[in-house]
Write a new protein. Structure first.
Length: 256
């Protein structure tokens, strides 16, 4: 089976700097795809820019952990009207059937908002991989089927030689991704054959990508990236700060 590769940038619409950095990586580098955050400040501008760049595949980066909901989402939002940022608190909230119903409705609202602004989503993934939480598998799949989404990310990390062992939290995420992959296939949805992107943050990405590209797994694969300019990315809004510039420069490296 031949190898086919998607290089996807998360967080399109997170901020002007992140949006513009993603577009730079598509125009000058190897980026082929991105996923849009309808809940974040630059989301509407990013929707307009997506229409101006038809060669860039654009999906939806579903969020239940950051930004302003697109539906009446009382159980998953705080008093400020924005999503609760704590994953442990979200886990607890999702014990409620009503909260899971709210989550499904919010995921549908985000996809439909993008569609109503002219986007035909190529696929969906989720911010902080929140939809990998087992309690969200059923609402997530239901939202995809309700909106006609056919392709879904499952973050099952591909192994490459000499990579350090992943942290416990990422190993747990890997296990949840495997379970989600089984469930989406049973529901008639599709995902890539392999994925890579949990390992690079904090490590030089170009060297890792060269090792991956030298001997990639067979089939359709996705490399997840988070490029961007720093000019309007507050430190409290994301753990990825300098890493975004490092990845942006690496994606535009002609040697790749």
């Amino acid at each position: 089976m031949p190898t086919r590769l998607i290089v996807n940038a998360d967080d399109f619409g997170f901020s002007r700097g992140v949006t513009d950095g993603i577009l730079r990586c598509h125009a000058q580098g190897i980026l082929t795809s991105t996923t849009l955050m309808t809940t974040m400040p630059d989301g509407d501008r990013a929707l307009g820019l997506a229409r101006e760049h038809p060669s860039l595949g654009v999906g939806v980066h579903l969020s239940l952990t950051q930004g302003k909901p697109r539906s009446r989402c009382r159980r998953l939002a705080g008093r400020d009207g924005e999503f609760v940022r704590s994953l442990p608190r979200i886990w607890l909230k999702l014990r409620s059937r009503a909260a899971r119903q709210e989550a499904r409705d919010e995921l549908i609202a985000q996809i439909e908002y993008a569609r109503s602004h002219g986007l035909s989503p190529t696929h969906v993934d989720s911010h902080k991989h929140v939809c990998h939480i087992p309690a969200l598998h059923e609402p997530f799949i239901a939202a995809c089927k309700a909106t006609g989404i056919g392709w879904v990310r499952t973050a099952r990390e591909a192994a490459i030689p000499d990579m350090p062992r992943m942290s416990l939290s990422y190993r747990r995420l890997n296990a949840y991704a495997g379970l989600l992959a089984q469930r989406i296939r049973a529901a008639g949805l599709q995902n890539t054959d392999w994925f890579f992107g949990l390992a690079p943050p904090g490590r030089p990405p170009a060297a890792l990508w060269r090792r991956l590209f030298a001997n990639p797994p067979a089939g359709l694969g996705e490399v997840m990236v988070h490029p961007g300019f720093l000019r309007d990315v507050p430190a409290g809004e994301t753990r990825l700060i300098q890493e975004r510039v490092t990845e942006m420069d690496a994606l535009c490296d002609p040697s790749l």
